[in-house]
Design a protein around this ligand. Structure first.
Ligand code: SF4
Ligand code: SF4
Length: 229
């Protein structure tokens, strides 16, 4: 039986025209076109945030952003990948910080330049309310910022579009670290388990797992005892 012919679409990748199968994601289209992706791609499942890409679609003037592994190409699309988003990233010692607005005034003064345009929220492929977490930080509500930004994958697309040149995701990472260290409710079970880990209780078991092949590891995982309390 003759193989069914796949419908092709035309895309411009970094200015060069290619024909790729309809329905491809940007990542698969680029590989079909012969690009060997060594950077700008990671998990391919929309979790790692490595494949931020900007594109325009035929007849639409808007510059859009998305994850290359999750965005399907359309006929006439013009796209280019962003190797990384240069971003303000101060170093800090979490033990010496306080979980309030003063920390952001010192480490990320740019966040107070927010003009509430909501561009970041529209740019986010995770549908995170980015502007709302930025505004929460400005109010000093670290817990709210940590909660709203929880699904951030640090793709950089919000920062790329921000007219105030704010690096939203680095602010959000600090908010979650501060929340985890100072504000979250402590769990006695977790404390106990962390102590056991640092005392080496699971070292032998870990060594055994590290020596297993993929098949044995998978079987062991699915046979594991699950305790539901
Ligand atoms: S908040 Fe910014 S960095 Fe995080 S997922 Fe959304 S666009 Fe990407
Ligand atoms: S894009 Fe920048 S200025 Fe606009 S709402 Fe987001 S953080 Fe504020």
């Amino acid at each position: 039986m003759a193989e069914e012919k796949r419908k092709m679409v035309k895309v411009y990748i970094s200015g060069e025209l290619f024909e790729v199968p309809e329905g491809s994601t940007i990542v698969t289209a680029m590989e079909y076109a012969g690009f060997q992706l060594k950077r700008g791609v990671g998990c391919r499942e929309g979790y790692c945030g490595a494949c931020a890409t900007v594109y325009r679609e035929k007849g639409d003037y808007k510059l859009k952003g998305g994850l290359a592994c999750q965005t399907v190409v359309t006929d006439g699309m013009a796209l280019t990948q962003i190797p990384f988003v240069p971003a303000e990233k101060p170093t800090y010692d979490l033990d010496k910080l306080s979980p309030d607005v003063s920390t952001f005034m010192e480490l990320f003064p740019s966040v107070f330049r927010c003009v509430a345009c909501n561009t970041c929220t529209k740019a986010c492929p995770q549908d995170i309310q980015v502007m709302d977490y930025v505004q929460a930080l400005i109010r000093g509500d670290i817990a709210k910022a940590a909660d709203l930004s929880f699904d951030c994958i640090r793709c950089g697309l919000c920062a790329l579009r921000c007219p105030a040149e704010i690096v939203q995701y680095n602010n959000a990472t600090l908010a979650r670290r501060l929340y985890g260290k100072y504000l979250s409710r402590k769990s006695p079970e977790l404390e106990k388990r962390l102590k056991e880990i640092s005392e080496g209780k699971f070292d032998q078991e870990m060594d055994k797992l590290k020596k297993m092949g993929r098949k044995e590891l998978s079987e062991t995982y699915y046979k594991r005892e699950i305790k539901i309390s």
